[in-house]
Write a protein that binds this ligand. Structure first.
Ligand SMILES: [Zn+2]
Length: 201
C-alpha cells in the first residue's frame, strides 16, 4: 500500500512537471528520490515547510539532471564518433568512454587523458553530428596544445574540417540561449517557425 503523503503538489523544474510527495518521518536528513516524474521526499519533522520548499527545487533539479544523463548515456553511440575523430590525430589520444553530462553549463566538453573520458554537454546530442565531432576534436587537441594558440587551431582544423562552422554554430546557440528570455514574443515565434537553415541566406 502506498504511503500517504503529508503534502503533495506539482513542481516545475527545468521545464519538467514533477509530482511532489512529501512525508514527515523520523529521519535525520532530507532524502529525495525520483521515480519517473514523481519526486518522493522524506524529511525530519523539525524542518519547517518554508525551509523544506526552498531546498526541494535544488534537490529536484539535481536528481532530474542525473536521471536525464543516465537515460542519455544508456543510448551510447557517441564513443564511436569520438574514436573516429581521435584516430585522425598524428598521435591518437585514447578514448575509453564518452559521457554526456547535464551539469556543466558553460562548457561544451572536456577530456581527461588520464581516464580517457570525454565529457560532452548533453545538448550536443541534439545538434548536427558535425558539431559534436568538432567539440570532440577541440577537446582532444588540448592534449597537444593547452592554449587556443594558432598551432592549436591548425591541429583542430586538420582533424575536423567543420571546425569553423561548428564554432560559429555554437556561438549562435549560446547567443540564442542567453537572449531567449528577453526576446519579444513575435521575434521568438518567427525564430521557432523558421526551421533548420538549409539555405541560411
Ligand atoms: Zn578549448
Amino acid at each position: 500500500m502506498a504511503a500517504v503523503a503529508d503534502w503533495a503538489r506539482t513542481l516545475e523544474v527545468d521545464g519538467v512537471t514533477l509530482e511532489l510527495r512529501v512525508e514527515r518521518k523520523r529521519v535525520k536528513n532530507i532524502n529525495a528520490r525520483l521515480r519517473g516524474t514523481t519526486l518522493l521526499v522524506s524529511a525530519p519533522r523539525w524542518v519547517g515547510r518554508a525551509e523544506l520548499e526552498a531546498g526541494i527545487v535544488e534537490l529536484a533539479r539535481r536528481l532530474l539532471r542525473r536521471s536525464r544523463a543516465e537515460a542519455i548515456n544508456r543510448e551510447g553511440g557517441a564513443v564511436e564518433v569520438a574514436r573516429r575523430v581521435a584516430a585522425r590525430f598524428p598521435r591518437p589520444p585514447e578514448v575509453r568512454e564518452v559521457r554526456f553530462v547535464t551539469t556543466q553549463q558553460a562548457r561544451w566538453g572536456s577530456y581527461s587523458p588520464h581516464t580517457g573520458v570525454v565529457r560532452l554537454n548533453a545538448a550536443l546530442r541534439l545538434m548536427p553530428p558535425w558539431v559534436l565531432e568538432a567539440v570532440v576534436a577541440h577537446e582532444l587537441a588540448h592534449v597537444v596544445h593547452h592554449r587556443h594558440s594558432e598551432a592549436f587551431w591548425k591541429l583542430v582544423r586538420t582533424v575536423c574540417r567543420h571546425t569553423d562552422r561548428a564554432n560559429a554554430f555554437l556561438e549562435g546557440v549560446s547567443w540564442l540561449a542567453s537572449a531567449w528570455e528577453g526576446l519579444p514574443p513575435v521575434e521568438r515565434a518567427q525564430l521557432v517557425g523558421k526551421g533548420p537553415p538549409d539555405d541560411p541566406l
